[in-house]
Design a binder for this molecule. Structure first.
Ligand code: HEM
Length: 557
């Protein structure tokens, strides 16, 4: 035996025999077992140790190391069960992966079952322990706990958006950066973006009609078309005409690769030819194109150009800040120069691109989801669409082609109620992942461990029957003549709440009102329901499982 252990395949641990005498007598059988183990036995022991390590709590590195050692020594170990404590969750996890394979194809029904299972529930994927906060109050606790949590998206988001991206900032640094962006979403700013939005919709509505014509009048699933139009309208709003049409088309075509790469749970490293790899390539293209736009915007805004997009508005604020600083340095401050608030530093083209990309990233999937459901739901409820149409033709003074200013869009209270109810009924963002920075005592009896992910859900709050009677019914009256706005002030988590609440929420809602209003007066469309039309597909946000088969024609008045 001694000789066989001395072969080139012998475990280095074989030498442990010579120190065994210095160890407590109780450990001798363990040492002997290791010394006499075959390669297979050692491999299986290490594997078992790794599995036990994987099932163990991540709350402290030293504890995990102890667990690993204990496992190697054959001692009883702490388990995943210990980590989940009093909350609901699977009794055991699949070694290493957890439900990774399920999460590659997330199902709404599985999420829903999870939310129903308890106010707090858990799951473990790879080595990430995930706590899901389902009820309104639990969700709000997470959103409003910046001392304990910070947004986390998915690991790969850092690689796609850049680890130094502002959306990953935390605390004061985040608040300060965000203050500098608020000016891009004021009423005055939103008014400047309307012509660009109107132009894109007019162009794409023609395309919708031709898609139906090319299909010989047969229904075509429109989800991909809606994703494209929303990407196009976002790009126009964010970077205006600086982006050439071919680049816009390429970005709109490729954007789904970014979404696919960023699905809630995904492979943690970028391997060539995987979804994350394609996503990274698409993200790099957006950053490259947006950087070029930033350079052009800087030139145009320096020569006094009008603000026509969000990038212009931000660049103008930088230029105004610089001029104010110069005036201050030269002592010419009193000559009618208004102090920009807040004063901005000069951002590089790449930094500007990176920030504007976060807007596209934040808006694209959510607005595409809302747009798809909006067209489906309106087609299914002609009486509601008729009221939208009536309001829209009236505000346009009877001319379906008349363009609207912001006051007019805002004045359409019924259309806006339809949009609000749509967002309640089919909330695009079901969950918002946060990272736990330090042990988070979310209830008196449960603390989410540091390093875990905690995910507030928006859905349950939006289906609360106490606040929204018959919550499964789509009923814009709640917001038109009812009390849902006031009663649901704490429940309307569609755009989150707390320090990271959606920066684009006013723009998003007005944009959807403009979209459906314009469509109501310029188009007629029909939905062709299938058994999957009401089933929810989760692709970052939510879509009808049949991708929304529709036909479009020009509207004859
Ligand atoms: C229907 C459309 C939209 C929905 C449902 C939506 C929803 C959300 C949600 C749930 C969050 C997370 C909030 C939180 O953690 O508390 C968020 C964050 C954000 N959204 Fe939106 N969003 C939409 C459209 C937009 C648009 C159009 C823009 C930009 C123009 C935008 C920009 C952002 C940004 C920048 C953040 C991160 C804010 C921060 O971390 O400080 N969103 N959005």
């Amino acid at each position: 035996m001694e000789t066989s252990n001395a072969t080139s395949f012998a475990s280095p641990l074989a030498n442990a025999k010579y120190v065994a005498s210095a160890l407590p007598a109780q450990l001798e059988p363990v040492i002997n077992a290791i010394v006499n183990a075959s390669m297979w036995q050692i491999f299986l022991t290490l594997l078992a140790a790794a599995v036990l390590y994987d099932q163990s709590t991540p709350s402290s590195r030293s504890l995990r190391d102890l667990v690993g050692l204990a496992a190697a020594a054959g001692f009883p170990v702490f388990s995943y069960i210990w980590q989940k404590g009093s909350i609901v969750g699977p009794p055991m996890k699949l070694p290493f992966m957890g439900p990774f394979l399920e999460s590659m194809d997330p199902k709404f029904e599985e999420y829903y079952a999870k939310w129903l299972s308890g106010p707090l529930s858990c799951v473990s994927v790879f080595h990430k322990f995930v706590v899901i906060a389902s009820t309104r109050d639990m969700a709000r606790k997470v959103f409003n706990a910046p001392g304990f949590v910070k947004p986390c998206v998915v690991d790969v988001a850092h690689k796609l958006l850049g680890a130094d991206n502002w959306v990953f900032l935390d605390g004061k640094a985040h608040i300060d950066f965000r203050k500098g962006l608020n000016g891009l979403f004021t009423r005055k700013a939103l008014e400047c973006y309307l012509p660009g939005q109107t132009e894109v919709y007019t162009q794409y509505f023609k395309r919708f009609v031709s898609v139906t014509e090319e299909a010989g009048g047969k229904p075509v699933p429109f989800m991909a078309e809606f994703r494209e139009v929303m990407c196009a309208v976002s790009c126009r709003t964010f970077v205006g005409h600086y982006l050439p049409d071919e680049s816009l088309k390429k970005i709109a075509d490729d954007y789904y690769l970014i979404t696919a790469a960023l699905e809630l749970v995904n492979f943690p490293i970028i391997i060539p030819f995987t979804r994350t790899w394609y996503g990274k390539k698409a993200a790099d293209l957006v950053l490259h194109e947006f950087s070029k736009c930033a350079a052009k915007s800087k030139v145009r805004m320096r020569t006094g150009g009008e603000v026509t997009c969000i990038m212009d508005a931000w660049v103008k604020q930088m230029i105004d800040s610089e001029r104010w600083r110069e005036a201050e340095a030269n002592g010419t401050i009193n000559e009618g120069i208004e102090k920009p608030s807040p004063l901005l530093r000069d951002f590089t083209d790449y930094e500007i691109a990176q920030t504007i990309f976060t807007f596209l990233f934040a808006s694209q999937d959510a607005t595409s989801s809302a747009c798809t459901w909006l067209f489906q739901i309106m087609a299914q409820r002609p009486e509601i669409l008729d009221r939208v149409r009536e309001e829209n033709i009236k505000v346009r003074g009877g001319d379906p082609h008349a363009t609207l200013n912001l006051d007019q869009v805002e004045s359409m209270t019924y259309t806006r109620a339809v949009v609000k109810e749509l967002l309640r009924y089919r909330p695009p963002v079901l969950m918002v992942p946060y990272q736990v920075k330090k042990d988070f005592p979310i209830t008196e009896t449960y603390t989410v461990p540091k390093g875990a992910m905690v995910i507030p859900t928006t859905y349950m709050a939006l289906r609360d029957p106490e606040v929204y009677p018959n919550p499964d019914v789509f009923d814009p009256e709640r917001y038109y003549s009812g009390d849902a706005e006031v009663k649901g002030a704490k429940n309307f988590l569609v755009f989150g709440t707390g320090p990271h609440y959606c920066l684009g929420q006013q723009y998003a809602q007005l944009n959807l009102a403009l979209l459906i209003g314009m469509a109501s007066v310029l188009l007629s469309w029909e939905h062709y329901p299938t058994p999957l039309s009401e089933e929810i597909k989760v692709f970052a946000t939510i879509f009808p499982k049949d991708d929304c088969p529709l036909t479009f024609t020009d509207r004859k008045w």
